[in-house]
Ligand binder design. Structure first.
Ligand SMILES: C[S@@+](CC[C@H](N)C(=O)[O-])C[C@H]1O[C@@H](n2cnc3c(N)ncnc32)[C@H](O)[C@@H]1O
Length: 246
């Protein structure tokens, strides 16, 4: 436990949180607060009990319970997949490991800048940058039929702590993924992406509304109330470029 606390603190320092003053054991007040909240968090506890790699699994589980975006046989592209909790959920829901012999077998491809430890039923492309055209080319080669039925993005840039800058950088990540949707997403497909609410949110929502039949914003319970994090869910993709295999 002591070692994992040290690791969490080191990572917080790396994320350059804008705080002053120091606390016991060399932690800043913000780090101390974050740790206390983290250790009391019911989703952190549940993730341990249910062997998910991190608490974010519960965000996707809730979105899926409400909107049924994952089902056996679907091909999923999971962007910003490390450490792999969303991929764990996706593997189970699309039957990518073939755990249910009576259901169609799906496919899960996870991509991240960071290394991702192997997971049965998932294929990982890491380290790889989703905004790099070479990554997208590789994604198309790895996806059966060259396309995904569902694109998930829980991507987040390293937070600077400057809200508007972090918002702009995350919107730009989502937009670059939407730019490649015509080459990667199957018609009728689904797009779910994490955003931090801000001045450019409406612009992204408008772009989604032009390309998908239905769009909505979702704030799962596991997404902290005080966070500006909001997920955009778009279904029934209407555009595709190039040949489409069924
Ligand atoms: C909040 S974490 C994702 C957690 C993941 N959904 C899970 O359940 O395990 C955000 C991830 O986005 C990744 N990321 C940020 N920018 C990226 C990019 N350009 N290409 C690929 N991954 C990126 C980060 O490396 C980080 O691992």
């Amino acid at each position: 436990m002591a070692r994992s606390l040290k690791l969490v603190c080191a990572s917080l320092r790396r994320q350059r949180f804008h705080t002053s003053g120091s606390h016991s054991k060399g932690r800043t007040a913000a780090e101390h607060l974050w740790l206390t909240r983290h250790l009391r968090d019911p989703f952190v506890k549940a993730a341990k009990v249910e062997s998910y790699r991190c608490r974010s699994a519960f965000k996707l589980l809730e979105v899926n319970d409400r909107h049924q975006i994952l089902r056996p046989g679907l091909r999923v592209l999971d962007c910003g997949a490390a450490p792999g909790a969303w991929s764990q959920v996706a593997v189970r829901r699309v039957n990518a490991a073939g755990a249910d012999p009576s259901a169609p077998v799906g496919f899960v491809l996870g991509v991240d800048l960071l290394h991702i430890f192997p997971l049965e039923g998932a294929t990982f492309l890491s380290p790889a940058d989703v905004t790099d055209p070479r990554t997208i080319q590789r994604v198309r080669e790895l996806l059966p039929g060259g396309r995904a039925d569902v694109i998930l993005s829980d991507m987040a840039p390293n937070a600077t702590g400057i809200r508007s800058l972090d918002h702009d950088r995350l919107i730009s990540l989502c937009s670059s993924l939407l730019d490649v949707a015509p080459d990667v997403l199957h018609p009728g497909g689904t797009f779910l992406c994490k955003t931090w609410a801000g001045s450019q949110s409406l612009g992204l929502q408008k772009r989604l509304a032009e390309q998908f039949q239905n769009t909505r914003t979702v704030k799962p319970r596991a997404s902290r109330k005080e966070s500006s994090e909001v997920y955009l869910l778009a279904t029934q993709y209407q555009r595709a470029k190039g040949p489409v295999e069924d």
